[in-house]
Write a protein that binds this ligand. Structure first.
Ligand code: SDX
Length: 428
């Protein structure tokens, strides 16, 4: 690739440097573009815009590659637990045994919530969406940790990061318990991250509850698959909120809000609702037709991706995990899985989906697994937020530590009225 690109405008030439990373597309450095040309670039949705420099996650959408700090998602999902991946994302290297033990201890011993946080739950209706609770409670954490809000202090950043990673399973599980009218179950220091979450979800004070090891292993792998994903909408939200110097709890609450949308993390819930609406494999053609109809706003949920123009590598692992969980639970004929498999087959053979390179994404199978585990549909995106918190906080730390970091302040193409005289009320 050339070292510079030249733009010719109004009989003038402007040169901009081309920057190369360790792999992936080069970027054109246009930081001086407005000062030199008096024009803005225009890229709503940021389809061609790099917002930052990052060393955390790399995606090659054309070949379906996903790397975290250089390690392929398949290798990590196969060989690591979630805590190892969380450490890798935060610190850049896989931990050795001693370091892993210390990190797991640190996370475990921050999993409890301040007792007064119980009161935040009782302020919600029992049928509040868990993501509404997650937004509220996570944002409120900044009111409890005044000792660690100086984002310029690396120790404050580390303790806040660990608190957020550690407390998200408790916050999410308690949102479920609250919706069920059941008492909160406290985290236990003798359980791993995923196992602790499932224990807090399904244990009751009335009897001992053993988490099925096959299910906790599956949940651990699903959390790994959701941990981070480059500069997606919610991660970009966290970075933009953090660029103003906002505290990490407020930034993660903003990320949760963005993830909630059905075009993003809310898609796993939307997939289940869609499969239930289709209801029967012989209605699939009708819905594929709706998805292809330009005049119909319906989209096949769990399909398509801004970056992947090939199979989402996470979806493949999710599909395998789905079969493992259903086998373990002795679920022989799962109507929703049958519809999903048939839908995937039809879509992947359909010219529209082939031409637009629409493949199943991470959200297509996850909901079937969660439902089989007894997790209600409204909790699906809360699980996504639980897992993605470790990626969000790694990206937030990278942004804060970036010496070139500035407050994010995009411009616009203005199409509103030009200046006009004020008209008094009596004359309107
Ligand atoms: C996640 O960014 C990330 O990394 C996100 C994520 C992460 O880990 O953080 O991977 C998690 O959000 C996964 C995506 C979950 N969302 C869904 O499953 C919702 C359904 N998918 C679509 O809404 C859509 O595919 C998006 C939002 C995911 C991507 O949309 P883009 O990149 O803006 O693509 P687009 O809307 O421009 O679509 C390109 C074309 C369009 O047709 P044309 O206007 O070119 O004729 O493909 C069509 C779209 O209409 N299209 C679909 C479709 N997705 C895109 N048509 C039918 N069904 C779909 N699902």
């Amino acid at each position: 690739m050339a070292d510079t690109v030249t733009l010719n405008a109004e009989n003038k030439s402007y040169e901009y440097p081309v920057l190369s990373g360790s792999t992936g597309p080069d970027v054109v450095d246009i930081r001086k573009f407005y000062a030199e040309t008096g024009m803005f670039t225009y890229d709503p949705g940021f389809t061609s815009t790099g917002s930052c420099e990052s060393a955390i996650t790399y995606i090659d959408g054309d070949i379906g590659m996903l790397l975290h700090r250089g390690y392929a998602i398949g290798d990590l999902a196969e060989n690591c637990n979630f805590e190892e991946v969380a450490y890798l994302l935060q610190h850049g290297e896989l931990p050795d045994k001693a370091t892993k033990a210390v990190f797991e201890h640190d996370i475990t011993y921050h999993s409890m919530l301040h007792e007064q946080i119980h009161n935040f739950y009782s302020g919600f209706r029992r049928d509040a969406h868990p993501m509404a609770i997650m937004c509220g409670v996570v944002g409120a954490l900044s009111a409890f940790y005044h000792d660690s809000l100086d984002i310029t202090n690396p120790d404050h950043r580390r303790i806040s990061s660990y608190r957020l990673i550690a407390k998200m399973p408790t916050i999410a599980a308690w949102a479920y318990k609250y919706s069920q009218g059941q008492p909160f179950i406290y985290p236990r220091n003798d359980l791993g991250y995923a196992e602790n979450f499932l224990h807090m979800m399904f244990a009751t004070p009335c009897e001992d509850y053993e988490v099925n090891p096959v299910l906790s292993k599956a949940m651990d792998r699903i959390l790994i698959l959701h941990a981070d994903h480059e500069q997606n909408a919610s991660t970009s939200t966290v970075r933009l909120a953090g660029s103003s110097g906002a505290n990490p709890f407020a930034c993660i609450a903003a990320g949760i809000a963005s993830l909630w949308g059905p075009a993003h993390g809310g898609a796993n819930e939307a997939v289940l609702n869609m499969l239930n609406e289709i209801g029967d494999a012989n209605r699939i053609d009708e819905y594929v037709g709706k998805a292809k109809d330009k005049d119909d706003p319906f989209r096949l949920m769990g399909f398509g991706h801004r970056v992947y123009k090939n199979y989402d590598p996470r979806a493949k692992i999710m599909a395998e995990t789905c079969k493992e969980v259903l086998d373990e639970l002795g679920v022989k004929d799962n109507a929703l899985l049958d519809i999903a498999i048939a839908l995937e087959k039809i879509a992947l053979e359909d010219e529209y989906f082939i031409e637009k390179k629409l493949y199943p994404n991470v959200d297509f199978y996850s909901g079937i697994i969660f439902q089989a585990m007894g997790i209600p549909v409204t909790m699906f995106t809360a699980l996504f937020a639980l897992a993605r918190t470790t990626g969000w906080i790694a990206q937030w730390n990278e942004m804060v530590e970036d010496p070139h970091q500035k407050i994010g302040r995009p411009r616009q193409l203005y199409t509103g009225p030009t200046e006009r005289d004020y008209v008094a009320l009596d004359n309107r």
